[in-house]
Ligand binder design. Sequence first.
Ligand code: NAP
Length: 510
Amino acid sequence: MNNGLICIPICSASIEGLEKKIVAANEKADVIEIRFDCISPDEFGSTGSVPVTKITKLLAAAQKPIITTFRIKEQGGDRDISADERQAFWNTEFETEFCDLEEDVIDDSRYPIRKNRICSFHDFSGTPKDLDALYERLRNTGADILKIAVKPDDITHGIPVWKLLAKAGSDGKVIIPVAMGESGKWVRILGLGHGAFLTYASLDLGEETAPGQITVDDLTNVYRSKELTNATEVFGIIAGDTSYSMSPYIHNAAFATAKMDRVFVPLQTSDLSNFMRQMVRPETREIDLNFGGFSVTNPHKQAIIPLLDEIDETAKKIGAVNTVKILEGKLFGYNTDAAGFIAPLTAKYGGLSNANVAVVGAGGAARACIYALKQAGANTTVFARNVEKAAPLAADLDAMLRKLPTENCGAELRDFDILINTTPIGTRGPTENQTIFSADDLSGIKLVYDLIYVPEETRLLREAKLAGCQTLGGLEMLIGQAVRQFEIWTGEFPETEVLENAARKRLALL
Ligand code: NAP
């Protein structure tokens, strides 16, 4: 356990809406931040500012310590607030455990001194160049607590705000570092274990008051943020976009059930080598996060290979790494996609010796599938929209290669027993209702396997069912490869059911 707190910020245009949210937050928050700047002027009556009776009513609804915030637009507030209105608000008579004031007014004598003053700074466009100088400026105010919120556009740009934790610790200052956006989630999750005073969490999905805010349920029950310390071993998914990843849900559930002091976080980066150099490699890293290993996914599965110390034979043959284990400062690469892919296929279809398999797509996942199919004795043909680009993959893995047809598809697929989709067509988003092949094209195919798992049943699988094919979705592969990752990282076998339940629970929300 650490001493950090989870604060739920509450924003609503109406007093009634705020009150309802405060009541809901009472159940889950350690601290509630009431964003008075969210209240619509329609609620003011003739007063020109939030009437004291309404403030008192809201404060009475809270059963947890409150942070009062009345933020100006320039600092991320909800609406334009005049200087007079701002001053009038802070001169209203009420008392809360904390108040959040911006740098320009914190030491202004026209603003009464209140207890536990947070001096806050927000940058929604990036990370300011000289964060240390900014920290010094805020430290030199009369504030009791410093809050610095930045928006890194890549994971390593969150390092400066993370480093403030150690600085504030040695200065004896209380600090709230915030890294907004998907690339900053690691700071929100791990901060409490490294001395952050609090971390902000949204009341629910869709209730975020800043980019990248994690729900209070996820922060508490998935990431177990209040249980983390600086000794906790950190794992994570390295991806270009971590926002749809199921891996944090699956792996954190497995760690929690096994009662392991380990956590799994999103690590979104478009600059893999910088991430490895500045945050991971023991010789060059700038912060010490006790990393134990990673899942690796799009677009880094191949690019990570030269950045590792060793990779195992399977990963070498596939030419892609989806798992990294860190042991005594050395980085070892593995590929668990192949094992995760083939197990459910053979369980459903039976032996694959001499089966004719069509693999659509020629990316990272296709590599693992083709390798596993070859190991199982299948005859594999890759269908790619760009055969020139796919040629090295087909040559590396000794597979046949054909252009993905756009007409006469049924004839092109006539001789195949199994069809596997490794393209993202049909996944949640703009292509969700698309399919590479229709039911007519698929008649005669015995089994259609779609690697996509969001949604669980894709349009392609629906077409396959219409054509009378057996079907297999991507969820079993996802679980299978994650089980193997868990074994590599921990040396123990997880309860597969726990991983499955966690994945299904998450899928139901997507
Ligand atoms: P990737 O490396 O980006 O490869 C995607 C492949 O699909 C590329 O060959 C790409 O062709 C092709 N493609 C994309 N859009 C296409 C289109 N409109 N028409 C034809 N071909 C198209 O991605 P990946 O890592 O292999 O992942 C692919 C899918 O598999 C994703 O949906 C992912 O979620 C899923 N997956 C699932 C699991 C699991 O455990 N179930 C594991 C890994 C991946 P170009 O090269 O020409 O762009």
